[in-house]
Design a protein around this ligand. Structure first.
Ligand SMILES: C[S@@+](CC[C@H](N)C(=O)[O-])C[C@H]1O[C@@H](n2cnc3c(N)ncnc32)[C@H](O)[C@@H]1O
Length: 259
């Protein structure tokens, strides 16, 4: 696999941190996926590709519903973790290691392609959308769930980008809801749902631990939080609870259909 610098940084980061992404991770709860699926009509069983599957929380949930699921990720240790969990839960899945920007699948193979909480690491959101459209059947579904910043909030966007980058340098960029919609429509993916909901970040220290953030960037994040302007304070509801720093990320759920 030929990787660019952004892809390599994500691969190395998640290979190191795979043990932190399994049981007990806040992504283990898949209510967001369950709610999105209520709007998606799938055959039984459906052919599903879950890209950047991480520890497999989304893909294994879909497999538990009886679908035929391929789990893909750029980091092999993540795939090993997902495969082990699949075996423990008695689920049969296909495992593939590849980047999100180029897929090794024939065109028109899948009924649904999912990406949850990963796209902000991708080096080329454009390429991954084009690839997604290519491997979907006509009428197939695309589900994207990822951190975002509302449209027209450039100051808060710059603040959240700086915080994410300090915490984990493999973070690349958040894409705003309107920009995602444009990429989708340009690739023949018709957006049928787009909503942004707050998602609680319950403890700054946990957030650092899951990315193995070194002490110096941690201090810089604390300084950014202390000096945050009104736009970021309002949008992310920065605060403290029981001595812990908490805030609310903005999470985009986008559902689109291949024309
Ligand atoms: C937070 S985890 C994903 C969580 C998972 N989708 C879930 O629902 O629980 C992010 C994953 O994205 C993967 N990743 C990052 N950049 C990638 C890329 N360019 N191509 C494929 N996978 C990538 C990482 O290896 C990591 O496993």
């Amino acid at each position: 696999m030929q990787l660019d610098d952004v892809q390599r940084a994500a691969q190395e980061q998640f290979a190191r941190q795979s043990a932190r992404n399994g049981r007990g991770h806040i992504l283990e709860r898949v209510d967001d996926v369950r709610i999105a699926l209520e709007q998606i009509q799938l055959p039984a069983p459906a052919q599903i590709l879950d890209v950047a599957t991480g520890a497999g929380h989304t893909g294994l949930y879909l497999a538990s519903l009886g679908h035929e699921v391929t789990l893909a990720d750029i980091a092999q240790p993540m795939l090993d973790r997902a495969q082990k969990t699949a075996a423990e839960r008695g689920l049969k899945v296909e495992i593939q290691q590849h980047a999100a920007e180029e897929f090794p699948y024939a065109s028109g193979r899948f009924d649904l392609v999912t990406f949850r909480v990963a796209a902000h690491h991708f080096s080329s959101p454009e390429r991954f959308i084009v690839e997604t459209a290519r491997v979907l059947k006509s009428g197939g579904w695309f589900l994207l769930i990822d951190g975002t910043v509302q449209d027209h909030e450039p100051e808060a966007e710059a603040w959240s980008h700086a915080v994410k980058k300090l915490r984990d340098p493999s973070h690349h960029c958040f894409v705003t809801p309107l920009a995602w919609s444009k990429l989708c429509e340009d690739a023949q993916l018709h957006v049928v749902e787009r909503n942004v909901t707050p998602f609680k970040q319950p403890d700054l220290n946990w957030y650092f631990e899951t990315a193995a953030t070194p002490p110096s960037p941690r201090e810089k994040v604390l300084a950014l939080i202390a000096g945050a302007r009104e736009s970021a304070r309002r949008l992310f509801q920065l605060g403290t609870e029981n001595g812990k720093i908490v805030w609310w990320w903005q999470r985009l759920t986008l559902i689109a259909r291949r024309l």
